[in-house]
Design a protein around this ligand. Structure first.
Ligand SMILES: Cc1cc2nc3c(=O)[nH]c(=O)nc-3n(C[C@H](O)[C@H](O)[C@H](O)COP(=O)(O)O)c2cc1C
Length: 174
């Protein structure tokens, strides 16, 4: 089965995960902006990667706009962010705010831990993070906002890869 990985991020974490997923599955990796219905015809499944800023997926508008292209297609969506894996409430809120109902039906969603490199941020993002850090009450989240974090690791894609491989196998057998 042929897979297409589409992604969009800002500072490289999502791109890194997209490239690892592409390597592991021998799938084509392209930036989400390159999507076209013609391109989609050549692939059996889609993996979409997006990072999160102020609880908004950078691909939220793109997902809405291209919803029709994804109808009746199996999607694997990976969301790259700083929200800890234990914070299911925030994860659910990010999903419900950003992913159209029509897409949710055929979509498996994976949260992957991201990277916050304070030195790499543009001045506005830096200011937003510092501001949020000052007012954050949760000590763990506050530490991340004030010091940054790098949780981007290849092993984080293991569950996503397993699920895609299982899907490809079942589809072959049916
Ligand atoms: C200004 C700013 C806002 C952010 N907002 C959120 C957020 O609302 N929720 C979250 O979990 N992570 C948030 N993050 C963390 C990013 O999602 C994380 O750094 C991610 O790895 C970025 O991936 P990218 O480099 O591919 O864009 C924010 C980061 C910045 C710099």
């Amino acid at each position: 089965m042929k897979g297409l990985v589409l992604y969009k991020g800002k500072y490289g974490a999502t791109k890194q995960y997209a490239n690892w997923v592409g390597e592991k599955l021998d799938a084509t990796v392209v930036e989400a902006a390159a999507l076209s219905s013609l391109l989609l015809q050549n692939y059996d499944y889609l993996v979409i990667g997006s990072s999160v800023y102020m609880e908004k997926l950078v691909l939220a508008d793109w997902l809405k706009k291209n919803g029709d292209l994804f109808k009746n297609r199996k999607l694997f969506l990976f969301v790259v962010c700083a929200t800890p894996s234990t914070d299911k409430v925030t994860q659910d809120r990010i999903i419900s705010k950003n992913i159209p109902e029509a897409i949710l039906a055929n979509c498996s969603i994976f949260f992957l831990p991201g990277r916050l490199d304070l030195k790499a941020l543009n001045w506005l993002d830096w200011l937003l993070v510092k501001f949020a850090g000052r007012f954050e009450k949760d000590p763990m989240k506050r530490k991340v906002l004030l010091n940054g974090i790098n949780e981007v690791k290849k092993e984080n894609i293991t569950t996503l890869i397993k699920e895609i491989e299982a899907f490809a196998l079942t589809d072959k057998l049916l």
